[in-house]
Design a protein around this ligand. Sequence first.
Ligand code: FES
Ligand SMILES: [Fe+2]
Length: 351
Amino acid sequence: MSMLVKNTWYVAAWSSEVTCGSLLARRILDIPVVLFRDQNSVIGALHDQCCHRGLPLSMGKAESGGIRCGYHGMRYDREGVCVEIPGQTVIPKRACVRSFPVIEQHGLVWIWCGDIAPTAQPPAYPWHGEWIWKGGQVHYESNYELIHDNLLDLSHLGYVHVFTIGGDPKSHMNAEMSTKRANGGVLVERFMRDVSPPPTHVRINGYSQSVDRWQRIQFVPGLITIYSGSVPAGTLRTRGDQVGGFQQRVFNAITPETGGTSHYFWSVSHVPVPGNPGMTDTLYSDTVKTFEEDRVIVNAQYARMQESVDQKWVDLGIDAGSIQARRILKDLAAAEQVPRVVPVVLQPVTS
Ligand code: FES
Ligand SMILES: [Fe+2]
């Protein structure tokens, strides 16, 4: 079981999954969590386990002001405090369940399951709003590391995604690539010049000539964002954003469910293109296909790797980004294992 980073924001759900009056059960970092929306539409997240006899609270009912347990009717508010016990007036002090900080923004529900208070805000994703977008969700039978690896190394496109965003495998393997630490994580940039456009780009942009392609991949724990696309050959910029051509932004939030399974929330965004009303759906369905191909590969890879946990795998040049990301996750997880020492304040001796 891999060590998981706890003190960070993870996506718990799409906003649209948490509706008024219903309860959403989801395991995150191996903690059973129940998500709900109170009467003011504010989202709460509680440990999905009644403090009386342990029934999952998600088997109860959402009520105004919180959740009622489905066994003996204890009612909890958004902070996890028991506010009503049918049949008795005294509420024991210990009658509460753990609540988790949640923040809803840009169509996403972020959760903090760490054992210290949040040290930052969840990452902003303004493209959900400024651009047109559509998202999906995949469940992985794999730890989060292999999913990060898959997204940080896009040289696999030419072999795995032949019908969508692939293209000539050689041009992927020979891409100009730079990897550096940036924005609290890792930034990988890839440029491919004068290559044949992949099927998805042709479907969207009707290319008949070769193109220049780019991918800008930003990793921070819990999230990988990818800005990618193509422009007519010879017009690629190596600094800043591109102009024209086909451009997309892909959001990939990877949330550990357990040490060996993961939730994966993704979306694809694009600028509105007049005269191309089907663009969003084309991009969406091509991305569904693409990510299903990734899921099959990564699940098979994880299952096989579990049979050889002591094996030392061979690293290649294309792994530069994922090796950096692994190191960051490993260092963060290791730092969380170290017991925090409470500084002893020496009192001045008075006599
Ligand atoms: S188990 Fe929840 S009230 Fe008894
Ligand atoms: Fe892929």
